[in-house]
Design a protein around this ligand. Sequence first.
Ligand SMILES: Cc1cc2nc3c(=O)[nH]c(=O)nc-3n(C[C@H](O)[C@H](O)[C@H](O)COP(=O)(O)OP(=O)(O)OC[C@H]3O[C@@H](n4cnc5c(N)ncnc54)[C@H](O)[C@@H]3O)c2cc1C
Length: 576
Amino acid sequence: MEQKKQNPKAEDETQVVSRRIQRISLHITPIPRPLHDHDSNLGLLPCARREKLEVETEKLSVYMRGKYRDIQEKIYEYFNARPELQTPVEILKDEHRELCWRQMYGLIREAGIRPLKYVVEEPAKYFAIVEAVGAVDISLGIKLGVQYSLWGGSVINLGTKKHKDKYFEKIDSLEYPGCFAMTELHHGSNVQGIQTVATFDPITDEFTINTPNDGAIKWWIGNAAVHGKFASVFAKLMLPTHDAKGVSDMGVHAFIVPLRDLKSHQALPGIEIHDCGHKVGLNGVDNGALRFTSVRIPRDNLLNRFGDVSRDGKYTSSLPTINKRFAATLGELVGGRVGLAYSSVGVLKIANTIAIRYSLLRQQFGPPKQPEISILDYQSQQHKLMPMLASTYAFHFATVYLVEIYSQMKMTHNEQLVGDVHALSAGIKAYVTSYTAKSLSVCREACGGHGYAAVNRFGTLRNDHDIFQTFEGDNTVLLQQVAADLLKQYKEKFQGGTLAVTWNYLRESMNTYLSQPNPVTSRWEGAEHLQDPKFQLDAFRVSSYHWLLLKNHRHKHSNLLYFLTSVIFLLTVPDI
Ligand SMILES: Cc1cc2nc3c(=O)[nH]c(=O)nc-3n(C[C@H](O)[C@H](O)[C@H](O)COP(=O)(O)OP(=O)(O)OC[C@H]3O[C@@H](n4cnc5c(N)ncnc54)[C@H](O)[C@@H]3O)c2cc1C
C-alpha cells in the first residue's frame, strides 16, 4: 500500500491488470448481468433471456438493400414458389449442372429478369440480382456471372456497335449461352503469357485460331463442358509481315468463337471440348477445356474496341503500346471482380445469420438450479460472432461504395476513377473473400455438431465460396497490385522540388496531429471515444501513415515487400 502511494502509476497498472483478469474470467463463468451496465464498456450483454432488443427489421432491410430490394424479393418469391427448382442437399454433378441451367433459364424466360441491360446501364442492380441468386445456390450465381458479366460483358465492353447489335438480345435471352475463355493450362494469373494464337488471313478475311501446344489448352472455362455455344477467346493477335519472321505479335485480344452448332449442339470442326470434371465445390457450373485446331472465324469477330485490323491487314489502335491495350482490356473486365467481392459479402451475410440465430436458440450450461443459458450469452461466442457481424456491415457498405464508384467509372470513363476502381476492387476483393472463407469455418464451429449437418449449409457455402479467393484474380497477386499502387502514390507525394516535398510531408503530418493529438498512445477507453468514427478514422490514418513511413525509411531496398506488409496491416486494422 505504502509502495502504491509512492507510485500512483503502479496503482493504475494493478487496476488495469485486475480488470483484465475479471473480464477474462467471464469467459469461464458467465454471470448474466443487467443489460445497461453503466460502469463497463465491454461487459456482457445477455442476449436470449433478458430484455429483447427491438430492431425495426423492415426499416433496416429497406436501408440496407435500398431500391434493389424489390428485384431481390421477386427472385426469392420465384424460387420459393418452385420447390422443383431448389437445389437438394444431395445431388450428383450432372444433375446439379442441369438443375442450374433450368434455374437460370426459368429466371430469364419465366420470371422475366433480363440482366445484361443492367450489366451495362445499372451495375448496382445487376450485382443485387447476382447476390440474390447466389443465396439460392452459389453455383447459380456463378453460372449467371459467366453468362452475363464474363461472356456478355466481354462482348459488350470489348466489342463495338456491330457486336452489340448482333449479340446483345441473344445473350440476354439465353439463346446464345457462352463462355469466357482466358485461362490456359499453363497460364492463369499471368494473362499476358497465354499462348493461343489468332492469325489474320488477308486472303479469306478471317482469323485462324490455334492452340499451339497442350499448355495452351483453355482450362477451367465455365459453361464450356455442357451448355456454351460461343466463347470470347483471349489470344495473341498475329499479323502477317513481309520480313523473315513472317508474323507480328500485336498482343492479347478477344475474339468471338462459335463452339457448338446452334441446332444440333455438336462441337464445330476444329473445336475439341473436354470436361474439367467433379470439383471441390460449384458443381452446378460445367467447367471445361477447349482446344482449337485451325478454327476459322470472320474478321468481324475480333472484339475491336481497343484495336482493329482492316480488310488489307493493317492494325489500328488509339492506344500506342501492347501494354496500354492490355491494361485497357483488363480494365474493362474489372466488373467481374467488383461483383465477386459483392457476392462474397452476400455469402458472409448468410453464414452470419445462420450462426447467430442458432446461437441465440441453442442453450448449454447455466447457473445451478436455473435454466440453461443461450450460447450467445458466452463472451467467447460473442467474440467469435459479433466482430464478424460488425465486419459484415462494414463490408456491405464498402462494397456498395465500390459498386457506386465502379458505376461512375462506367459512365464517365474518368482516368482517375479507372485507377481507383482497379486498386480498390483488387484490395477489397482480396480482403473480403479471404475473410469470408475463414469466417465460414468459424460459423460452422460456432454451431457445434449441428453446423456439420449438410442441411445447415456450411459445407456447400464453404466449398462453393473457397474458389472466390482465386478466380477473378488470385488474392496474393491482387494484394501485390494494391501494394504497387500504394507505392506509386507514395512516390508521387515525394515528387517535385525540395520545398514542395517538405511542404507535403509537413501538411500530412500536421493534419493527423492537429485533428487528434496522439490518439493511439493516449489510450482513452471510454465508449464514446472508442466508438467515435472520427477517432477511428484518425487512428487508422496515423497507424497507416507511420507504417508506410517507417517501413520505407528502414528498408529502402525492399520497398515492395514492406508496402505489401503495410497493406496487409491496413486491411487488418478493423480486426484489432
Ligand atoms: C471453378 C473455377 C472456375 C473458373 N472459371 C474460369 C472461366 O470461366 N474463365 C477463365 O478464363 N478462367 C476461369 N478460371 C481460372 C481462374 O481464373 C484461374 O484459376 C486463376 O486466374 C488463377 O490462375 P491459376 O489457377 O493458373 O493459378 P496460378 O496463377 O498458377 O497461381 C498458383 C499460386 O501461385 C501464386 N502466384 C502466382 N503468381 C504469383 C506471383 N507473381 N507472386 C506470388 N505468388 C504468385 C498464387 O498466389 C497461387 O497461390 C476458373 C477457375 C476455377 C477453379
